[in-house]
Design a protein around this ligand. Structure first.
Ligand code: FPP
Length: 248
């Protein structure tokens, strides 16, 4: 891969890139190792993607680290993943601060194991004044859960007489999601050759470009992110309009 970075148009960077990190288990299997080995190497890819995005000037990077459905995995794997998260958060907060990166989380984080929850809160607190990029971890996240939660919160406001049902707008609904305040991702990447969305940011990706790569997540490097951005920049985003209506 020859100098992909220089092919990126910095003027037309996506503000927000979201990634479904997939293929850790299959990568481990290929190497004849337990699944947890894949997750551990997945952390290297997390570092690479974060660094590459921050260096380019991407404002938000969202990583799908643990879905609500992932609780159905063997207990051993779930525990190992939670431990890995705590360990990584403790280890990497310093790096985030050095690189002026703010940490945020989306999902039902209150129902994570207490230690994971605390490590996450600490990471968020200790990086809250950073402003170069926001790294959003989706943890215990599911899009349908989030949509139901947002509906409940708006319903409560209606019941309390604070708003009328007719007043509920797309903007209000967006703001009620756990991603409230974060712009919608322009680019969604999924690794490992699976062409699915799997309950991730369903509302937010209404107009996103989707990019699927066969690369297993632990093998994902800066060049793979560059390639995805170059691909994104070669597409034309029309938002329902025709080509001639778009101002360049
Ligand atoms: C998907 O691969 C990956 C996960 C469910 C976990 C991702 C978590 C990490 C890479 C560690 C996160 C750490 C931080 C700090 C964000 P899979 O297990 O579904 O792979 P498979 O589809 O091949 O089985």
């Amino acid at each position: 891969m020859m100098d992909l970075k220089s092919q990126i148009n910095i003027e037309k960077l996506p503000r927000h890139i979201a990634i479904i990190m997939d293929g850790n288990g299959r990568w481990a299997k290929q190497h004849g190792k337990p699944r947890v080995f894949g997750h551990r190497n997945g952390v290297i890819a997390v570092r690479e993607a974060t660094e590459a995005a921050a260096e380019l000037g991407v404002e938000f990077l969202t990583l799908y680290a643990f879905s609500t459905e992932n609780w159905n995995r063997p207990k051993l794997e779930v525990n190992a993943l939670m431990r890995l998260l705590v360990e990584t958060l403790h280890k990497e907060v310093e790096t985030l601060n050095k690189n002026d990166i703010r940490l945020q989380a989306i999902g039902d984080i209150r129902n994570l194991p207490e230690r994971t929850y605390q490590a996450l809160l600490q990471g968020i607190e200790r990086t809250k004044n950073n402003s170069r990029m926001t790294l959003v971890l989706a943890l215990n996240y599911s899009s349908r859960w989030e949509v139901v939660e947002a509906s409940r919160s708006l319903a409560r406001q209606v019941l309390a007489g604070e708003i009328r049902p007719e007043e509920i707008s797309e903007q209000m609904f967006s703001d009620a999601l756990t991603t409230g305040g974060i712009p919608d991702p322009e680019l969604l990447i999924r690794t490992s050759g699976e062409n699915r969305i799997s309950n991730f940011l369903l509302w937010q990706i209404a107009y996103s470009e989707l990019y699927f790569t066969p690369v297993f997540w632990p093998d994902f490097r800066k060049e793979h992110l560059y390639q995805a951005i170059i691909d994104f920049q070669q597409r034309e985003r029309r938002f329902g309009k025709i080509s001639e209506q778009l101002v360049q």
